[in-house]
Design a protein around this ligand. Structure first.
Ligand SMILES: NC(=O)c1ccc[n+]([C@@H]2O[C@H](COP(=O)([O-])OP(=O)(O)OC[C@H]3O[C@@H](n4cnc5c(N)ncnc54)[C@H](O)[C@@H]3O)[C@@H](O)[C@H]2O)c1
Length: 361
């Protein structure tokens, strides 16, 4: 039995959803059926490249196609309406991060998934990075002792807000686009919830070119068992920086420390016209197989394939209860969104924001 999949939003990141699902389809383990996107030119290109039926209207796709599941890779502020419609149509749903940019929206989506008894998964792929999994294991088996403090950095080159999606960058921020990944990751590693957030934000470079959002947001997040972690996020690194993304984390406990450079995995180059480059090939890497097809691997693909495997498990009679705790779910999406909202509120009001950990799940 193969599961039937659709994608809503086939842009810069949605294309990875299409590639991952196409791969499962080529293995005979899924069917990639349809794509909905409001951009007619992009839709035509993706239809031809991935062999999908295209729809300008996602509701029409949900009505017409007999799908088991859909993934959503539209701009952040559109996740809520689309996720609710997909769950209402009884589909299992994978939502790109953030689940939604409001707490009410996250709760509404979680409630709809519960009512419909459908899988709701959030694409927090940093949990699938093997280096992060090793770190999580050492924290959980007690090797670090009691977690005391840590620091995270995630920074994009300025091309991301200014050239990748200038149309909606002003509705996002370094905390929504980048920090959210690590808010989830650190919660997941520590198995703890945030209780206090203090943040500072800067608006300068992007506003000077007409994009009204933060250049950078720095936050200190305290967790209920006492750990305190800072998150430095920005998306204005100059074009000459060695990679599109710079990222890493370090945690310190009573018994030691553990650091992961999630960007520079040891490969570097300096080519004419390019300057120095480092590579995070562990994210998404394409290799050519013996038939000349491109096969993708890496944690960015693994988290998408995990969704397909979860849907397959459910289609074969498995239960949602059995899967619980094995994937980033709606409550994880809500908890990360609550931290991001607190970061913005703290930066805007120049105050410390208290969070009730019991309201995160
Ligand atoms: N997991 C990651 O590492 C990662 C990386 C980048 C982006 N993202 C997330 O993926 C999502 C998409 O980001 P992106 O960079 O691909 O943006 P994008 O702007 O490149 O693509 C969004 C696509 O959605 C389409 N769209 C907009 N409204 C639609 C609608 N109503 N129905 C159907 N299609 C619609 C647009 O035409 C576009 O093709 C965002 O939530 C973003 O935060 C995740």
């Amino acid at each position: 039995m193969t599961v039937r999949l659709g994608v809503i939003g086939g842009g810069t990141f949605g294309i990875h959803h299409l590639a991952a699902f196409r791969q499962r389809a080529d293995e005979g383990r899924a069917e990639l059926v349809a794509l909905a996107d409001v951009d007619a030119g992009l839709l035509a290109e993706r239809e031809a490249r991935f062999g999908v039926r295209g729809y300008a209207d996602f509701r029409e796709m949900l009505d017409r196609e007999d799908l088991d599941a859909v993934s959503i890779a539209t701009p952040d502020h559109l996740h809520r309406e689309i996720a609710l419609a997909a769950l209402e149509a009884d589909r299992h749903v994978l939502v790109e991060k953030p689940l939604d940019v409001t707490e009410e929206g996250c709760r509404e989506i979680i409630e709809a998934a519960r009512r419909k008894n459908r899988l709701l998964q959030v694409d927090f792929h940093k949990r699938y990075d093997p280096e992060h999994r090793c770190l999580a294991e050492r924290v959980r088996d007690g090797a670090l002792g009691r977690a005391l403090y840590g620091y995270v950095h995630m920074e994009d080159r300025i091309e991301v807000p200014s050239r990748w999606f200038p149309g909606w960058a002003a509705r996002s921020s370094p905390a929504w686009f980048l920090g959210i990944h690590f808010f989830d990751l650190v919660r997941w590693i520590l198995r703890d919830e945030a209780v206090r957030v203090t943040a500072t934000g800067w608006k300068d470079k992007l506003t000077s070119i007409g994009i009204e959002t933060y250049d950078a947001l720095q936050s200190k997040v305290e967790f209920s068992r006492g750990a305190s972690v800072t998150f430095d996020t920005s998306w204005i690194l100059p074009d000459g920086f060695e990679a599109v993304v710079n990222q890493g984390l370090r945690l310190v406990g009573t018994e030691g420390c553990y650091a992961v450079d999630s960007q520079d995995r040891g490969a570097e180059s300096c080519l004419t016209g390019e300057g120095m480059r480092t590579y995070n090939n562990h994210f998404i890497m394409g290799k050519t197989d013996r038939f000349g097809r491109t096969i993708y691997s890496g944690y960015g693909i693994d988290s998408l394939l995990d969704f397909v495997d979860n849907v397959t498990f459910l289609r074969k009679g498995g239960s949602l209860d059995r899967l619980q705790g094995t994937y980033p779910d709606g409550e994880d999406g809500l908890a990360a969104t609550r931290i991001a909202l607190a970061v913005h509120r703290s930066a805007e009001e120049n105050t410390t924001v208290e969070l009730d950990p019991n309201e995160s799940r």
